[in-house]
Design a protein around this ligand. Structure first.
Ligand SMILES: *Cc1c(COP(=O)(O)O)cnc(C)c1O
Length: 443
């Protein structure tokens, strides 16, 4: 079994994370429970920061909030000196609530509403990443009315396909994200941006996808972007000073996954930028990257209580847990794979092959197909699924009206609640019964 970060096992054969026994976490906070290994999050943040110190000091690391966000995460990111990448009004509001310095934020989104644009302008986000010509014109109008001139990047589509599942690949030409460099579309948008009075074009952005192991896509994207900066300089005289290369580094979910380390990615990207700047004759821009998954993915573990154990002789054994697609949609959404351990039986031989099923009313609600678990797995045991730190809590739903689980940060033997568990009352708290449904019919 693979232990991530501070995960280990103690003398009782229990899983520990951040020096805290998983069975104590389950008892104190209930299940399902998201557990975040704070030391590993910090280590991942520092790996990016250090890589830039080593290879390319004029740079900024912006954590991509959509991977995992709550106010404590904002505070942690701020402590580590990272900037923040935000994609919605709700994410902006969370950063504001945590008192984050908004000048260090990057605001994305392929279909920002007028309300979100207002919120971004009024809250002073550092850069607005404009995704389309429509948005460019809208932003220019709204900014003019507010008398604000936001610094903007244009998000470009470099037509580089990342080797990853097509649902999470964004850099190919046929994508809803970004303005294609092909067909002169990005150049047209650049000319327009330079001509508009109420936006200050400051740089360009691309993001080619997520859960990427082969960094050749990143190498190519960096050089395609620099070539574009050179074309812009030649065509308009505009010298670009900032370039945002997005996120996308993969993490380990199972033994088949062999992700590159942050330092390896940053080396490839910065080498590519330097080489292309020399080749095309443009000055080195300030670089920004936006890692999400590779900051929090491996740092998260979800704890579940095992309920029903159902053996269909000769077919399959299902162990059902008290969570599922409501707290982790990724297996149902794109066949994502995970590893697990029976957290109170870490020492037991683990040769029993089972399917870990959720409690939601969908046959597709299976968290792991053919997981190997402790031979003596039983009702009442605690199951830990690893690498659930990214795109789990942030994608959680209320399907079947199950409340969203709590989130705890663990570090140095301490466990602190950072998101409390929702209650049944809260599930119905937003519901209203209109007047015409009020008279009750006797029966
Ligand atoms: C999702 C996203 C990221 C983060 O991607 P990861 O794969 O989680 O590193 C970065 N930038 C943009 C624009 C994104 O949409």
């Amino acid at each position: 079994m693979h232990f991530y970060g501070t995960a280990a096992k103690n003398a009782q054969g229990h899983l520990t994370i951040g020096g805290v026994d998983a069975t104590d976490l389950a008892e104190k906070f209930g299940t399902p429970l998201y557990v975040m290994d704070e030391a590993l999050v910090r280590k991942n943040c520092r790996a990016y920061v250090q890589a830039f110190k080593d290879y390319y000091p004029d740079a900024e690391v912006a954590y991509a909030s959509k991977a995992f966000l709550c106010t404590a995460m904002v505070a942690l990111v701020e402590q580590e000196g990272l900037s923040l990448d935000l994609v919605s009004g709700g994410e902006i509001a969370t950063a504001l609530k945590a008192g984050y310095p908004m000048a260090h934020t990057y605001f994305h989104g392929n279909n920002k509403t007028v309300e979100e644009i207002h919120l971004a302008l009024k809250s002073g986000v550092g850069r607005i990443i404009v995704d389309s010509v429509h948005e460019l014109e809208l932003l220019n109008l709204e900014a003019g009315e507010l008398g604000i001139t936001p610094k903007i990047y244009l998000r470009l589509n470099p037509n580089v396909s990342a080797h990853t599942h097509h649902y999470i690949s964004t850099g190919q030409l046929d994508s809803k994200f970004g303005i294609p460099i092909e067909m002169g579309l990005a150049m047209d948008a650049t000319r327009l941006a330079l001509s508009l009075p109420n936006v200050a074009l400051t740089g360009f952005h691309c993001h080619i996808g997520s859960q990427i192991f082969d960094v050749e896509g990143h190498r190519l994207a960096a050089s395609v972007m620099i070539k574009f900066l050179a074309d812009v300089k030649a065509a308009t005289g505009f010298v670009t000073t900032e370039l945002n290369l997005g996120g996308g580094l993969g993490v380990r979910y199972t033994a088949e996954d062999t992700p590159k380390r942050p330092g390896e990615l940053i080396k490839v990207q910065t080498d590519s930028v330097r080489a292309a700047c020399a080749e095309y004759g443009v000055p080195l821009p300030k670089l920004v990257v936006e890692p999400g998954r590779s900051i929090v993915g491996e740092a998260g573990t979800t704890l579940y209580s095992i309920g029903t154990v159902k053996e269909i002789p000769g077919i399959r054994t299902y162990i059902s847990v008290d969570g599922g697609m409501g707290d982790n949609i990724r297996p149902a959404l794109y066949q994502a794979e995970y590893e697990c351990v029976v957290a109170n039986k870490v020492d037991a031989p683990a040769e029993k092959v089972v399917t870990v099923a959720g409690r939601y009313c969908e046959s597709g609600d299976k968290l792991i197909i053919d997981a190997k678990v402790a031979d003596n797995v039983d009702t009442g045991d605690l199951l830990a699924i690893f690498t659930t730190g990214a795109y789990n809590y942030t994608m959680a739903s209320h399907y079947n009206r199950y409340p969203k689980p709590a989130v705890v940060f663990v570090a140095d033997g301490n466990a602190d609640l950072v998101v409390r568990r929702e209650t049944f009352d809260e599930m119905a708290a937003f519901d209203l019964i209109p007047q015409r449904l009020q008279p009750k019919v006797a029966r």
